[in-house]
Design a protein around this ligand. Structure first.
Ligand code: GDD
Ligand code: MN
Length: 384
């Protein structure tokens, strides 16, 4: 460190805190130290702190963050246990600082920290309420998009977002933005936290019209590790919209779970019909009937269909990966659903005995069974 660098650093330390950078992490161990170095360079002369919000990553990201914090007290750590989710991690990080301005940034080096000083100037100077680093603003570039369909999907989502928030955003899905902590605190009680898209959530929730300014970002390739958000952008976005509008009436995850369950019924019927068509005649005198075989196969296929889709979509943020975890999850899901089926049949049977009509009784059974499946699988299959 040169003398002038040293005096800059001590000046910054003596100044009241100006900016907190919130960095949600999930298995980013190797990215932390180089990132703090880049922040240090980019933010020379600014009094900043960085808060890593780690969801107990198995690779020891929290330990690494604490080790860095021991050397550099501008670095702080929140280690969450039994929690998952980018949006809630970002919100909790932003609520945990005394800095008047907060930024959220990815920890995988895809977001260029050199934009921070200009964003800060714009927010503190009152030029805008929210500074957004945009992958689609004029002058921006994306190194890693590769798949043109992802860019196109983003364009569609962006157009809808513009209508919903009433704000002209070139990149409403951006995970890199900055705003006054006070603005965040005003909207925070109404943010869903499931909200897959936190920036959009803040903008759509705020009662005050928020003025946004875009900062063109060159979206870099990931430095190390892998992306956790590989769902299609449009799906992510539609879920966000649903969550905003109807999520309080029927919780978003349950709605997804139920929709997939309904699709599962169709799959079940298709498999059953197929087995009956193929093997219908050839089972005379056998121990199992074609219907029994078909029904068993159909139930297994439908259950697997439900597991795979829920894992990919409903619980995308807590997705199970790796063969062992998948097989274990599948087995636990099967177990949960078989108990759900008992509850379903049991409730329906009791209702019929009490004089209910068969169809409303069956429907009630289905609802009870689904609620059971949802509640138990969210805890035991995707809980952690
Ligand atoms: N604490 C926590 N909990 N952090 C998480 C979680 C989680 O469940 N999931 C992801 N992260 C962290 C990652 O470690 C990374 O620092 C950052 O959040 C972004 O995750 P990536 O997995 O790198 O996301 P991406 O690069 O695929 O997605 C990019 O585009 C999205 C829009 O399409 C990011 O810029 C996102 O922020 C953006 O919303
Ligand atoms: Mn990333």
């Amino acid at each position: 460190m040169t003398v002038s660098e040293l005096s800059k650093a001590t000046d910054a330390a003596a100044k009241p805190l100006e900016l907190a950078i919130i960095l949600p992490t999930l298995n980013e161990r190797a990215n932390l130290a180089p990132l703090v170095e880049r922040l240090d360079k980019a933010l020379a002369g600014i009094a900043w702190e960085a808060i890593f919000v780690d969801d107990n990553s198995p690779d020891g990201t929290s330990d690494e963050a604490r080790a860095i914090s021991q050397r550099d007290r501008r670095v702080r750590v929140i280690q969450r246990i039994n929690r998952r989710g980018l949006a809630s991690a970002a919100i909790e990080g932003m609520m945990a600082t005394a800095a008047p301005v907060v930024a959220v940034m990815d920890a995988d080096h895809q977001h260029d920290p050199n934009l921070l000083p200009r964003m800060l100037q714009s927010v503190t100077g009152g030029e805008c309420d929210v500074a957004v680093a945009s992958r689609f603003a004029e002058g921006a570039s994306t190194e890693e998009w590769g798949r043109p369909d992802r860019v196109k999907a983003s364009n569609i989502a962006n157009a809808i977002a513009r209508k919903v928030t009433g704000v002209d955003l070139s990149d409403p899905m951006s995970g890199y933005f900055m705003l006054k902590a006070e603005t965040l605190r005003q909207t925070a009680p109404k943010l869903s936290g499931v909200g897959f898209k936190i920036l959009l959530d803040i903008l759509a929730t705020s009662e005050k019209h928020l003025r946004v300014r875009d900062f063109p970002l060159s979206f870099a390739a990931r430095a190390s590790g892998e992306s956790k958000l590989d769902r299609t952008v449009v799906f992510e976005f539609l879920v966000g919209l649903y969550d905003k509008w109807l999520g309080r009436i029927i919780p978003t995850r349950f709605a997804l779970f139920g929709t997939i369950g309904a699709a599962g019924v169709v799959v079940h019927m298709a498999v059953l019909a197929l087995v009956l068509a193929v093997a219908g005649g050839s089972f005379k005198g056998h121990l199992v009937s074609a219907f029994e075989l078909g029904q068993t196969l159909a139930a297994l296929v439908a259950m697997t269909f439900n597991f795979v889709l829920n894992n990919a979509l409903t619980y995308a943020d807590k997705r199970l990966t790796g063969t062992v975890a998948l097989i274990k999850g599948w087995a636990k899901f099967g177990l949960t659903c078989s108990v759900g089926l008992l509850a379903n049949v049991g409730v329906a049977a009791v209702l019929v005995r009490f004089g209910f009509h068969e169809y409303p009784a069956a429907l009630t059974g289905i609802v009870v069974g689904s609620v059971w499946n949802f509640a138990l699988s969210s805890k035991f299959v995707w809980g952690r």
